[in-house]
Design a protein around this ligand. Structure first.
Ligand SMILES: C[S@@+](CC[C@H](N)C(=O)[O-])C[C@H]1O[C@@H](n2cnc3c(N)ncnc32)[C@H](O)[C@@H]1O
Length: 260
C-alpha cells in the first residue's frame, strides 16, 4: 500500500502517508493496518496517538479532542494581552482535554503555573503524560466537572482563564465529518440543544476563579459571538476583545469583570 490508497479519504494523502509510515517504523503490516483505519475515516492523530499544537507535540487518544489549529487563536490572544513572558501568572484551563491550551501557554510563560480541569478521567490520563513532558513542576490536573457545586472552591484566583467548551448543538453532531463525530469524544463536542449550554453554566461561576484584573478567553463556534456575549453580560462580564482564526472566523472572545 502507498499514499495513492489514501487519495479517496483525505485531501492530504501524501502527508497522511508520511505520518503513518513514520509511526509504523518499518513494520509494513502495521502500516497497512494504519492505512485501512485511515480509509475508514479515523484521523491520523488518533491512529498515531499524537498531534502537533502550537510548538508542542502532544499525546492524544480516543478520549481527547484532537487539538485544532483554530484553538491556537486562544494562545495568540493571551500573548497579545499578557506581553510580559516572565510574569508569574496563574492560568486555569477549563475542559483541558489533552492539556493543549494549558501546556502551550506554560511553554510561552516560563514563570507561570497552571491548572487543567476536566470531567473526563480518561482524557486527564493522556494530559498527565503531556504535563510530564512539558511542564511537570508547573501544571496540575484536576478531575472535576464545572457542574459540581462550588467546583472553584479550592482553586484560588487566576490571571488567565482559558476554556474551549463543547459548543456544537446536539442536533448538528450527526452532520459533522466522520473524523469528528466518530472519533472525537461526544462529551467534548455536545454543547446542548443550542450549543450554548456550557457557556450558560460557566457564566454562573467562572467569576469565582478570576482575579479582579484577569481575563477569560472563550473559544466559540462560528456565529456564537452575540449569544455568548449576552450570556456573559447578564453575569456582569464585559466583552474586552475578540479574535479571528486563520479561516477568518471569529473564534475567541475575551471577557473581563464589568467596570474594571
Ligand atoms: C472541546 S474539548 C476541549 C479540549 C481542549 N481544551 C482543546 O482545546 O483541544 C472540551 C473539553 O471539556 C471537557 N468537559 C465537558 N464538559 C465538562 C464539564 N462539565 N466539566 C469539566 N470538563 C468538561 C471535555 O471532557 C473535553 O475535554
Amino acid at each position: 500500500m502507498d499514499s495513492s490508497d489514501l487519495k479517496d479519504c483525505t485531501e492530504t494523502p501524501d502527508l497522511d502517508f508520511k505520518w503513518l509510515k513514520q509511526a509504523a517504523n518499518g513494520d509494513a503490516a502495521l502500516l497497512d493496518k494504519y492505512i485501512v483505519r485511515r480509509q475508514k475515516g479515523e484521523p491520523v492523530a488518533k491512529i498515531i496517538g499524537q498531534k502537533g499544537f502550537w510548538k508542542l507535540d502532544l499525546k492524544v487518544s480516543k478520549d481527547t479532542l484532537d487539538p485544532r489549529p483554530d484553538s491556537e487563536t486562544i494562545i495568540e490572544a493571551v500573548l497579545k494581552n499578557f506581553p510580559d513572558k516572565n510574569a508569574p501568572i496563574r492560568i486555569l484551563d477549563l475542559g483541558t482535554g489533552s492539556g493543549c491550551l494549558l501546556l502551550a501557554l506554560l511553554d510561552e510563560y516560563k514563570s507561570a503555573t497552571g491548572i487543567g480541569m476536566d470531567a473526563s478521567a480518561a482524557a486527564l490520563r493522556i494530559a498527565e503524560q503531556n504535563v510530564k513532558r512539558y511542564a511537570p513542576k508547573r501544571a496540575k490536573l484536576i478531575c472535576r466537572s464545572w457542574n459540581e457545586d462550588s467546583w472553584w472552591n479550592d482553586l484560588g484566583g487566576f490571571d488567565v482563564v482559558v476554556c474551549n467548551p463543547p459548543y456544537i448543538p446536539t442536533d448538528e453532531i450527526e452532520n459533522l465529518d466522520i473524523d469528528v463525530k466518530n472519533y472525537d469524544p461526544l462529551d467534548a463536542l455536545d454543547g446542548g440543544s443550542d450549543g450554548l449550554e456550557e457557556y450558560r453554566t460557566l457564566s454562573n461561576s467562572i467569576g469565582q476563579v478570576l482575579k479582579q484584573h484577569g481575563l477569560i478567553f472563550f473559544e466559540i463556534g462560528q456565529g456564537q459571538e452575540k449569544d455568548v456575549t449576552v450570556i456573559m453580560k447578564k453575569k456582569k462580564f464585559t466583552l474586552f476583545d475578540s479574535y479571528y482564526d486563520l479561516g477568518h472566523i471569529l473564534r475567541v472572545l475575551a471577557f473581563k469583570i464589568e467596570n474594571v
